[in-house]
Design a protein around this ligand. Sequence first.
Ligand code: MBD
Ligand code: FE
Length: 284
Amino acid sequence: YNEETVARAADSGANASARFRERMDAQSTGGVVDTERVNHLASRAVKALNDIVLEEKVSYEEYNAFKAWLIRVGEDGEWPLFLDVWLEHSVEEVANEHREGSKGTIEGPYYLEDSPEVPWNGTIPMREDEPGTPFTFTGQVRAVDGSPLPGAKLELWHADDLGFYSQFAPGLPEWNLRATWTANEDGRFEIHTVRPAPYQIPTDGACGQLIEAAGWHAWRPAHLHFKVHAPGHHKLTAQLYFPGDEHLEDDIASAVKPELLLNPQPNPDGEGEITHYDFVLDPE
Ligand code: MBD
Ligand code: FE
């Protein structure tokens, strides 16, 4: 897997920017935020930055370093990464504050639509010699009233055992560790994959430069990304985490919640580990 180790920030950033632009272009565009709201939010954002400069007595040296860094974020294609790591968690909090079903969390920069469909108990696309602990994930999709949701769709995407995502790092098959399951007539699913590794955001780009300059760290705990949806219900975007992970308490993306922890056990019927987790969807 040598090639993966040469994954570069500017490549994954360019991919993330291009994929995001494609998705936005496919949706209805233009005028989605009205003038009054843009005026209000943009004015507040500009004022917040000016307040920092005045209160902190920011120097020309600091201003120019900031300006150079912002330029580099764009050049490295790291706006999706920067925004999803340091801002999306608040947007998610606002969006889902009234949900009664399962807790969600941020989507992050590496989701792709239309991953390959597999049966309700299928195996995720992976390499023949895919490294990592075999991982079985069973559960049920239900409505808040407890009724099962047959035919619910579950999209799963996650990093490999080295922390790389297909289509954002070189040398991986196109749909590696990405798939869509359809729950059976009881709303149940049985997912077969491997455990992902903890994820380090690229250290060689603008975001890595900020982390280094500020003395922060670049780690997210190992996680499985899900989107779960069924007709008449709100789509749930979630991530699930593993107990004992070093970075549960200091996720750089602030996206861990206690409800999102799995409880994997040795699999009595097979290799590796097994875990159970149910998803409860809110009505639309
Ligand atoms: C990830 O894999 C991720 O999930 C988030 C939120 C940010 C950066 C990388
Ligand atoms: Fe991720």
